[in-house]
Design a protein around this ligand. Structure first.
Ligand SMILES: Nc1ncnc2c1ncn2[C@@H]1O[C@H](COP(=O)(O)OP(=O)(O)OP(=O)(O)O)[C@@H](O)[C@H]1O
Ligand SMILES: [Mg+2]
Length: 247
């Protein structure tokens, strides 16, 4: 039946076309997401700098004035000395809060290279959660572009947030090393684990991790089972493809 064959051929062609269109829109979405992310990072950087510089300077000036006040009038009146001291302590605390907010938005260490940024993150996490956080970074890992370091940083940040929220872990280990295919990064906890197939489409953390890795031309594997901890494994190809030249 010739008409039948022709119509099946047409159906297949239409299906193929639809598949290609779908693939094209997926890629377009990915490009849009990448652009939105980098705009957001720029904005964070700007806000962090402003909070840090402007607020920081004003608070420092304020602190100096109170210290002067205490020096000039405190000896005559111990109550004034005490009030001034209290104000100085409150200002110090506020300066610390401002620093923390700025760092959370955009760690200054991110501009000092990958290792410094990850050390800051691991240390911060350990202090905040009490979960032991070990960091193994292979040598010569500072050849990351800014786009790469930001993506790696945000991936580790989201993974650690998940560990803090859900894992009930005692320990988490972050490792980053060079392999033949590119950089390999693992964030592994010894917590309660989960079924990765069971969470599809409900939340954005793991999806975001995957998108960031794909944007860099890499890939992600979530290795977890209830009762067996979780490992997030990311492979990031070297920039410009191929092997990185020895430094
Ligand atoms: N390290 C982990 N240990 C145990 N469970 C985890 C871990 N990481 C993720 N999960 C589980 O996977 C789910 C999905 O994580 P995901 O980061 O995608 O979303 P979320 O954290 O729930 O929300 P969002 O990240 O969008 O704020 C979590 O709700 C949690 O049940
Ligand atoms: Mg999450």
């Amino acid at each position: 039946n010739v008409t039948g064959v022709v119509s099946v051929a047409r159906d297949i062609r239409e299906l193929k076309e639809k598949e290609l269109n779908l693939e094209a829109s997926r890629n377009m979405l990915r490009v849009l997401a990448a652009r939105r992310d980098s705009a957001r990072e720029e904005e964070r950087k700007r806000i962090a700098r402003e909070i840090h510089d402007e607020l920081g300077q004003m608070l420092t000036a304020f602190r100096l004035d109170v210290a002067t006040l205490k020096f000039e009038h405190g000896t005559k009146d111990p109550a004034i000395a005490q009030r001034c001291q209290k104000l100085i302590e409150m200002t110090d605390q506020t300066i610390q809060v401002v620093r923390n907010i700025a760092s959370a938005l955009r760690p200054a260490s991110l501009d000092m290279g990958m290792s410094a940024a990850l050390e800051w993150l691991a240390n911060e996490f350990q202090i905040r959660t009490g979960v032991e956080c070990r960091l193994h970074i292979g040598p010569s890992l500072d050849g990351f572009t800014e786009e790469q370091s930001t993506a790696v940083f945000r991936i580790v940040q989201e993974s650690l947030t998940n560990v803090a929220r859900y894992a009930q872990a005692r320990q988490v280990e972050i490792s980053l090393r060079e392999t033949a295919e590119g950089y390999a990064m693992t964030i592994k906890d010894d917590g309660k684990g989960f079924d990765p197939d069971g969470v599809r489409g409900r939340s954005f953390g793991l999806v975001g991790i995957r998108e960031r890795a794909l944007m860099l031309g890499g890939d992600v594997r979530i290795d977890s089972r209830p009762g067996e901890g979780t490992a997030v494994e990311v492979v990031i190809p070297f920039p410009h493809g191929g092997r990185r030249l020895a430094a």
